[in-house]
Design a protein around this ligand. Structure first.
Ligand SMILES: [Zn+2]
Length: 119
C-alpha cells in the first residue's frame, strides 16, 4: 500500500513550521486600550484574529469608550451608573404626577360607584 507515508504525515501535524504556529497553547492576543469620557483607560484583551470594535463599554463606569483618547465618545444622556439619590430626584416629579393621576382615577372610580354608571 502507498498509504503509509500519508499516515505518518498526518500524525506529524503540529511539528512542522506551519504546525507550530497553529499549536497555540498560549493563543496570541492583542490588547486594545479604550478611553471613556471620564478619562478611564481600559485595556481589553482580544484574540489576535478578532477585529477590535471601535467602541467598548468602559468596565469602570459603563460609559462608551473609544480607541481615540483625544475624542472619547460623549456620555449618553441616561448614564447607566447613576447614584440612587440622583435617580430618585429625577424621578420625583414623575412619581408625583403618577400619584396625582392615581388620585384622580380613584376619585373617578368612587364617583362611578356612587352615581350612575359612566363608561
Ligand atoms: Zn469610564
Amino acid at each position: 500500500m502507498a498509504g503509509g507515508g500519508q499516515a505518518i504525515r498526518g500524525s506529524r501535524i503540529g511539528s512542522g513550521p506551519m504546525g507550530e504556529a497553529e499549536r497555540g497553547e498560549a493563543a496570541p492576543r492583542q490588547q486594545v486600550a479604550y478611553h471613556c469620557s471620564r478619562e478611564h483607560t481600559s485595556v481589553i484583551t482580544f484574540a489576535i484574529e478578532a477585529v477590535a470594535p471601535e467602541s467598548w463599554d468602559c468596565p469602570r463606569c459603563g460609559l462608551p469608550a473609544s480607541l481615540d483618547s483625544d475624542n472619547p465618545p460623549p456620555a449618553p444622556r441616561t448614564e447607566p451608573y447613576k447614584t440612587h439619590l440622583a435617580y430618585v430626584k429625577e424621578r420625583r416629579s414623575d412619581e408625583e404626577a403618577a400619584q396625582l393621576l392615581a388620585e384622580a382615577l380613584q376619585l373617578l372610580r368612587s364617583r362611578r360607584k356612587a352615581g350612575d354608571v359612566i363608561l
